[in-house]
Design a protein around this ligand. Structure first.
Ligand code: AMP
Ligand code: ZN
Ligand code: FE
Ligand code: FE
Length: 282
């Protein structure tokens, strides 16, 4: 049997591995295919693709876009998109700039609360265009302003706490269109985490192609429910560990193994979409 992990993060967003370290782990775990799905960026894809090619792993470029629909945060993953697509890059650069502004806002709120954390220290640690709360938490730990990551979230960063700053999100419908115009396949990530089943029909209506049924935080019962929903709407099935490296005690890569047939279906969908759009252009 061949397996894939289609949900992975690196240092290009809030993971701790470089693309090369991630691919090395995937290779040791004998994955046949992996996807890189860093938040609001595609920057790591070129390096991950090169590392995968060197060890014979099938690489799927991707990005996990932060979006919202009906006041619910949803993550829409674009797979097999053109990582040099101009419209995609322009749009995600706006969200990256907003993520960077948010770091200043979170640090200002922490300073107000008497915690002397400098945004520059967070940027130095994050060293990426898509910084987020995990980088603030890690910097707080590094500067010994808090004991550990969980405490940082619990005390300062989670919703409603002093340094919580909401993220500006694109509409989920727009994110699906953005992925499609870049030649990609749009998949709803971890629906079980957002308790957002009621918005699925609207996303399907907007062209959603798939749903992440298998995820570290989905129970078996949840996975079965989403498999049924996928079947009902004729959606692709995906899955992945959502590994962020050592942000957890143990990296999650290897805990979710998606049968390779789903990768083939994903590729067929992208090929079908691109054949259609090529037809339109003629
Ligand atoms: P952001 O996109 O900046 O809002 O940050 C979201 C990230 O923070 C996600 O990748 C989560 O894995 C991580 N996160 C959220 N809550 C916690 C928590 N309590 N402990 C550790 N990480 C968390
Ligand atoms: Zn993340
Ligand atoms: Fe997510
Ligand atoms: Fe993720």
């Amino acid at each position: 049997m061949k397996f894939a992990d289609l949900h992975l993060h690196t240092q290009f967003s809030d993971g701790t591995f470089t693309p090369e370290e991630l691919v090395e782990r995937a290779h040791k775990l004998e994955f046949a295919a992996i996807a890189l799905t860093d938040h609001d960026t595609v920057e790591g894809c070129a390096r991950a693709a090169a590392a995968c090619a060197a060890v014979g792993i099938d690489f799927i470029p991707g990005s996990e876009l932060t979006a919202e629909h009906a006041d619910t945060e949803v993550h829409i993953i674009g797979y097999l998109l053109d990582t040099e697509n101009k419209t995609l890059l322009e749009k995600i650069s706006v969200f990256q700039a907003q993520r960077q502004n948010r770091i200043y806002e979170m640090c200002a709120a922490l300073n107000q609360a008497g915690i002397p954390l400098k945004a520059e220290a967070v940027f130095a640690l994050a060293n990426c265009k898509s910084p987020g709360r995990p980088h603030v938490a890690r910097t707080l730990v590094k500067e010994k302003l808090i004991g550990n990551l969980d405490e940082a979230f619990e005390k300062y960063l989670k919703k409603g706490r002093v340094a919580w700053v909401p993220k500006t999100k694109m509409s989920a419908l727009e994110s699906i269109a953005l992925i499609h115009q870049a030649g990609g396949v749009a998949v709803m990530a971890h629906p079980g985490l957002n308790r957002s089943d009621e918005i699925i029909p609207a996303l399907v209506e907007a062209g959603l192609d798939g749903i992440e049924c298998f995820h570290t935080k989905h129970s078996t019962v949840m996975a079965e429910r989403y498999l049924m929903i996928a079947e009902k709407h004729g959606l692709l099935v995906t899955g992945g560990s959502d590994c962020h490296g050592f942000s957890k005690i143990k990296p999650l890569i290897g805990t979710v193994k998606l049968p390779y047939e789903h990768v083939e279906k994903l590729k067929a969908k992208a090929a079908e979409r691109n054949a259609k759009s090529a037809g339109w252009k003629k």
